[in-house]
Design a protein around this ligand. Structure first.
Ligand code: ADP
Length: 436
């Protein structure tokens, strides 16, 4: 009896010891998980800040090199300015790609599912790639077998397709490129295929091209350009959409990339965090800088023909002299009267004197002492200035930064580096809206 009691006592002691070890291990694991989360938060914060630091000087490089190119008489010099402009745009694409990747990895990328027509997807693509096809003498076919309303994240699907088509055009010298949209009602999925008759991909590389910074051949980057990030972002977007992306290819004959996403019945579902305000111009400006092909289309249009700000007065609030120079020149070129303030307090003082003449305020957010948010809040406290449109200019691309602009009282925001066409469009839109 006593022996049994002794045994039981020992067993209980053993169990207690085991429990203690387990609980210690759990505490250790929780600590490690917390540390990991902290590291991930630091990483995404670091990337957001870095992208801010990089976008600010890029903003003036892109805008001013474009002015220089358009205003120069000597074609030799104008070509050089064009090289600077294109290099700036390439750098911006790279920064956007890296930011996209880090947002996906930090779990910050959101889905925005809404209903759209398949024509909406193909129309944008047609406009963009048909001129390139004509230029290269390649046949470009769009076959839309869906031709109806679908529910998906149109921005992400379009971004994937544009990336696949840019690659197809990049790696095809002759023959044809086809975009095929179809619906598999049994599997309840939408299928998008991009078929080209280009250089093809060797079998050994079929998997690795979906990894970040991987290209079939290191020397390809010299011949064809690119960074090796497009497919890796596209694959992650496809996964985010609960879909798949794969490729079939025969070297020397061509490639077929297939994107499959589930068919959704819901009419309007928003997943991800609460993004109550999402300005269409942000999507627009991203789309505008998406590929160099789009840039070419953008370049052909002359701003002064499209926009007229005669009789309108703009107040620019920014502490960076390069931005002031570039943005004032941009608005003066379309007939606007311009004023500028170097900080929040100066802007408030200027409003007291000239508030009644001002139609639009472009407000930089990152300024010393009184930042853009506080300045906007102060302006909005005075009913006198209710009819003035305020557009915040922010280099921080995270959703909460945009939300802060709206909370302070801005009508809209625009991401830096600023796409001039988007800024003109947005400025015109808000001036008209506030007057009406
Ligand atoms: P990038 O095009 O910027 O290099 P991607 O991630 O989009 O980056 O593509 C990675 C690589 O995959 C390309 O560099 C190329 O080697 C290969 N590739 C992609 N699409 C095609 C295609 N349609 N035909 C041939 N090779 C392709």
């Amino acid at each position: 009896m006593e022996e049994q009691a002794q045994k039981l006592k020992m067993q209980t002691r053993d169990m207690k010891k085991q429990n203690m070890i387990l609980s210690q291990a759990k505490t250790e694991l929780d600590k490690k998980a917390e540390e990991l989360m902290q590291a991930s938060r630091y990483k995404s914060e670091f990337l957001a800040n870095m992208s801010h630091e990089l976008r600010t000087p890029l903003n003036s490089i892109i805008l001013l090199s474009k002015f220089l190119r358009d205003g120069l008489d000597s074609s030799e010099q104008s070509k050089k300015a064009e090289v600077i402009h294109n290099a700036g745009n390439d750098l911006l694409l790279l920064i956007n790609d890296i930011l996209d990747l880090s947002k996906i990895e930090a779990g910050l990328m959101e889905l925005d599912i809404s209903s759209c027509t398949s024509e909406q997807i193909t129309a944008g693509i047609d406009d963009l790639f048909t001129p390139i096809a004509e230029d290269k003498g390649i046949e470009f076919i769009i076959e839309d077998q869906i031709q109806s309303t679908i529910n998906t994240d149109i921005t992400k699907v379009s971004q994937i397709l544009k990336n696949l088509l840019s690659n197809a055009f990049k790696f095809t010298r002759k023959g044809s490129i086809t975009l095929l949209l179809s619906l598999d009602s049994k599997k309840r999925q939408l299928e998008f295929s991009v078929i080209d008759t280009g250089i093809g991909i060797p079998e050994v590389s079929l998997k690795q091209i979906f990894e970040a910074f991987k290209q079939v051949d290191g020397s390809i980057s010299r011949e064809y350009g690119g960074t090796g990030l497009g497919l890796s972002i596209s694959l992650r977007f496809a996964k985010l959409l609960d879909g798949e992306l794969w490729v079939d290819s025969v070297e020397g004959q061509g490639s077929t990339f297939v994107l499959v996403v589930p068919y959704r019945d819901t009419m309007k579902t928003h997943t991800g965090s609460n993004r109550s305000h999402s300005s269409p111009v942000e999507t627009l400006s991203r789309q505008l800088v998406q590929t160099s092909a789009e840039q070419a289309v953008d370049d052909e249009e002359k701003l002064s023909k499209q926009y007229n700000f005669k009789g309108k007065t703009l107040l620019l609030v920014d502490d960076d002299s390069r931005n002031i120079f570039a943005l004032l020149a941009l608005f003066q070129s379309v007939g606007a009267q311009t004023l500028h303030a170097l900080n929040g307090q100066e802007a408030l003082d200027l409003l007291v004197d000239s508030g009644e003449f001002i139609d639009l305020i472009l407000m930089d957010i990152m300024m010393p002492e009184m930042d853009g948010y506080e300045t906007i809040r102060k302006i909005r406290q005075d009913k006198k200035y209710d009819a003035i449109a305020i557009i915040a200019m922010t280099t921080k691309a995270m959703d909460e930064d945009r939300q802060k602009c709206f909370d302070a009282g801005a009508n809209d925001y625009i991401a830096k580096p600023i796409n001039e066409r988007s800024l003109m469009q947005l400025s015109q839109l808000w001036i008209e809206k506030m007057k009406g």
